[in-house]
Design a protein around this ligand. Structure first.
Ligand code: SAT
Ligand code: MN
Length: 588
């Protein structure tokens, strides 16, 4: 493999001088070379092979105990002007960031190998595609990037002699929190990640490029980079196909929704998966929104994934998959994987995510709550035949959702695009194990992009408003909440496959076929508007699920005002108008 891009070669040279590796290896993406990387990773002890009869081609990795999730506090947007990063991103000046972390990169690869990973986010030849080159000293990164991106020769071909690319530099360093930095320089199309070995911090094509840097590019270039799953639904009676994108915070069930199997009592739809985490969206010549999934694999949360909750995800991971921080079984079978919520008998003896002997009697969990699988998307039994279409797929609807124990009903529709943008902008969710920090705290997470927006979120809301105005047939926007709880803290809605019933209402709303009642917050289905065939749910629970309590929503207003108030002059007037209109409707 030969890189002919002069800028790329110069930059690699410069970074080699900075990091001083003993050796530089170019990753060509070939099966032979990847096999060699696996063997090397096993030999150095960073990976273990799993039982080849049960999980062919699968590997296990354990991260450092202090390095198990994204570290938002140590993630920075480094723009020349602080205002460009906005009030809710961490900001550092590029000079300071380059100087401080540059000193840490200096000589950090002495005695080690630097791997050069050219990669494409998106499909080769597509207008949507973006090229990156990641330099790393971690074989874990190499092997994961090989699953999550199109890596090697194809990317070099796409890059050509003078193509643009995102410069991504990563070193494990000492893995200390003191030195850990995830730095984004959107003005330089550059990402630096130091002192972590965990997924979202180090697979730089994913959150760093495909969301933070891409959202910045998208704003300049007139498209959107969103933290969204994309699914397709075929109505089996009419044969019509629809696509829906959905923004939910990390570990709120995007992968489960993207791969959902409708219950057998409600067989009206067939679901296919286009993507489970990221959507790049453009307006097509026909005025619709067209979305692609720029990733090549799934980096999914393992705990809770079972043949009951998400058989398609579990089946995707049966070969060529990397498992991170799960339990490795020892007895009665050696070399299988297990995690909490897998709904199969735990091993009588296993090794936990910390590398300690584990049995079902152990007090602590065997798998880390944010343990993950990295699996090729093409192995998913319900992968969409259009998942690699260079044009993307046309969206009928966009969903926003989070974990909300109270307040938000099961589903409601926005009055129009700007109101939908407002729903996204004021979205709330309880925090999860996908990022370090307390779990279960309600926070505002606009469009599920709070940790991933590469610029001022006020401007980002403005970009949404503009995109809606530009599109002749923008998708309809809905808000969903699968997580509403009763007085006893039990979930009221069964979720999983039964979410197809909500998607059905959404599709019928898009077609102008389903009923709804107009409320202060939007259009909410009447119980009879939902298809609940064969679902055992009592009227009282259903009413509670669909209830809009004005007093409860009024109590939300101060939090919304405070949150949106932070953006000052960049908050679009349209969003302020939506807030005022909501207040007025609630006080009517
Ligand atoms: O660790 S990742 O950021 O890649 C996964 C997630 O939190 O969504
Ligand atoms: Mn995510």
């Amino acid at each position: 493999m030969e890189i002919k891009n002069k800028k790329a070669l110069e930059w690699i040279d410069e970074m080699v001088k900075l990091c001083e590796p003993d050796k530089v290896v170019f990753c060509d993406g070939s099966a032979e070379q990847n096999k060699q990387f696996e063997d090397d990773a096993v030999a150095e002890g960073s990976m273990e092979r799993l039982n080849p009869d049960l999980l062919p081609g699968c590997l296990l990795h354990r991260t450092d105990p202090n390095d198990v999730a994204r570290t938002e506090k140590l993630t920075f947007i480094c723009t020349k002007k602080k205002e460009d990063a906005g009030p809710i991103n961490n900001w550092m000046s590029p000079e300071e960031a380059y100087a401080e972390t540059g000193a840490n990169f200096k000589g950090s690869m002495k005695g080690k190998t630097m791997y050069v990973i050219p990669f494409i986010m998106g499909v080769k030849g597509s207008d949507f595609a973006k090229v990156g080159i990641e330099l790393t000293d971690s074989l874990y990164v190499v092997l994961n990037m090989n699953i999550m991106t199109k890596m090697g020769q194809v990317a070099v071909d796409q890059l050509g002699e003078d193509g643009e690319f995102t410069k991504c530099l990563h070193a494990r360093g000492d893995l200390s929190m003191e030195k850990r930095r995830i730095l984004h320089f959107p003005e330089d199309n550059t990402i630096w990640s130091f002192a972590s070995g965990y997924g979202g911090n180090v697979l730089l094509g994913k959150k760093c490029l495909a969301l933070r840097i891409a959202s910045w590019m998208a704003k300049q270039e007139g498209w959107m980079a969103e933290h969204m799953l994309i699914l397709g639904l075929t109505n089996k009676k009419t044969g019509k196909k629809y696509y829906i994108a959905g923004a939910f915070p990390s570990a709120c069930g995007k992968t489960n929704l993207a791969m959902l199997i409708p219950p057998k009592e409600f067989p009206d739809y067939e679901i296919e998966t286009v993507g489970d985490d990221i959507a790049w969206i453009r307006i097509g010549d026909d005025g619709r929104f067209w979305a692609v999934n720029p990733e090549n694999g799934f980096f999914g949360v393992a705990p809770g994934t079972s043949m009951k909750s998400n058989p398609n995800a579990l089946l995707t991971t049966k070969k060529n998959t990397i498992f991170t921080n799960v339990v490795k079984t020892v007895e009665p079978v050696e070399g299988n994987v297990w995690w909490e919520g897998m709904k199969v008998d735990p091993p009588t003896k296993g090794i936990d995510w910390l590398g300690r002997e584990w049995t079902p009697d152990s007090e602590e969990k065997g798998a880390h709550p944010n343990s993950r699988f990295t699996a090729p998307a093409c192995q998913c039994p319900c992968i969409s035949p259009n998942w690699e279409d260079p044009q993307g797929v046309p969206l009928s609807a966009i969903l926003f959702g989070g974990r909300r124990a109270k307040t938000a009903p099961l589903v409601f529709q926005s009055f129009d695009w700007n109101h939908g943008t407002f729903l996204g902008a004021t979205m709330c969710s309880e925090t999860t194990a996908a990022a370090t920090g307390a779990v279960g705290v309600v926070r505002r997470d606009p469009m599920a992009m709070r940790p991933f927006c590469g610029y001022d979120m006020g401007e980002y809301f403005g970009h949404w408003i503009e995109m809606g105005a530009k599109a002749k047939k923008a998708p309809k926007i809905f808000h969903v909440n699968w997580f509403k709880q009763d007085e006893n803290g039990d979930f009221m809605w069964p979720g999983y496959g039964d979410n197809a019933r909500v998607l059905d209402w959404i599709i019928r709303r898009c077609e102008g076929e389903a009923g709804a009642k107009e409320t202060a917050i939007g259009y909410v289905p009447n119980p009879e508007d939902l298809n609940l065939n064969g679902l055992d749910i009592d009227a009282k629970t259903l009413d509670a699920l669909l209830e809009v309590d004005k007093e409860v929503w009024k109590a939300e207003l101060p939090g919304m005002k405070e949150f949106l108030g932070q953006f000052g002059s960049t908050l679009p007037a349209e969003i302020q108008a939506q807030l005022d209109a909501l207040e007025e409707r609630l006080n009517k």
